[in-house]
Design a protein around this ligand. Structure first.
Ligand code: BTN
Length: 254
């Protein structure tokens, strides 16, 4: 048992740690972090593929049974990944891009895929899948269909994936506890790590429609509150892209 209740289940090869955690949800304890050395069918958001070569990156899925809204799983997992990365490279310029990606400048370094597990229409928990690029080389990153980074590409040195997984587990324990004891603090911290409030962004909804919208705020349930032509809209999922210039600008607090 890992301290503060995160229990690592280390597997060699699976199709997807999310699929494994979902299929075994009933027998896995709350707080189990299912990790694999490689995934043969890693899944991303919106039906995308997640590249998962052996021994190179973190592929992990946290079983969260005491959470009843996927948004809080997203906030917990993205803050944990962000803080693990900041610990590894304090000057890496990492931030969360709504709803749950972690970026360095204009490049994505980590992605989160949260999936609710329901019984008879009631959510009995959430699987928070976390993929973090650790040792992908720049050549490998160039083959990804969007700008991507890894700890190796940003720092020029390799990191031990197992050590980084344990550091992620520590952060997950911390933020899962925070959710359980002070969810409004977790929300406030997650919101402050997002960089899009007040910016005009291109938002692609799950139907594939892209609109340019002005982001006004993020609601308490994680929805994006945006405005277009004087009308206010709320989005609970989708893909946001910011201008390259916006993404690479350092924050005033950095
Ligand atoms: C995204 O940004 O599209 C989400 C990517 C999530 C990838 C992780 S890797 C571990 C877990 N298992 C999966 O199949 N997907 C998630």
């Amino acid at each position: 048992m890992h301290k503060t209740g995160i229990n690592l289940l280390e597997l060699e090869t699976v199709d997807s740690t999310n699929t494994y955690a979902k299929n075994n949800f009933d027998v896995l304890a709350d707080g189990t972090l299912v990790c694999a050395e490689m995934q043969t069918a890693g899944r991303g958001r919106l039906g995308r593929h997640w590249i998962s070569p052996a021994g190179t990156n973190i592929y992990a899925s946290l079983v969260m049974k005491r959470i009843n809204h996927p948004f809080y799983a997203t906030a917990t997992a993205s803050l944990a990944a962000l803080n693990m990365l900041l610990q590894a490279l304090p000057r890496g310029g990492f931030f969360i891009k709504w709803p749950n990606d972690v970026y360095s400048g204009c490049r994505k370094i980590a992605g989160i895929l949260c999936e609710a597990v329901s019984v008879g229409g009631t959510i009995s928990g959430v699987i928070a899948g976390i993929g973090v690029n650790i040792n992908l080389t720049t050549q490998e990153l160039d083959r990804i269909d969007q700008p991507a980074a890894s700890l190796l590409s940003l720092s020029g040195r390799e990191f031990d994936v197992k050590v980084m997984t344990r550091k992620l587990a520590d952060q997950l324990a911390f933020f899962y506890d925070k959710y359980l004891t002070a969810p409004s603090e977790l929300f406030a911290e997650w919101k402050s790590c997002n960089r899009i409030i007040g910016k005009t962004v291109r938002l692609t909804d799950p139907a594939g429609i892209t609109r340019s919208v002005l982001v006004r705020d993020i609601a308490d349930n994680g929805e994006l509150i945006a405005e277009k032509d004087g009308t206010s809209y709320r989005f609970n999922c989708g893909d946001v892209s910011l201008d390259k210039d916006d993404l690479s600008k350092p924050r005033e607090t950095e």
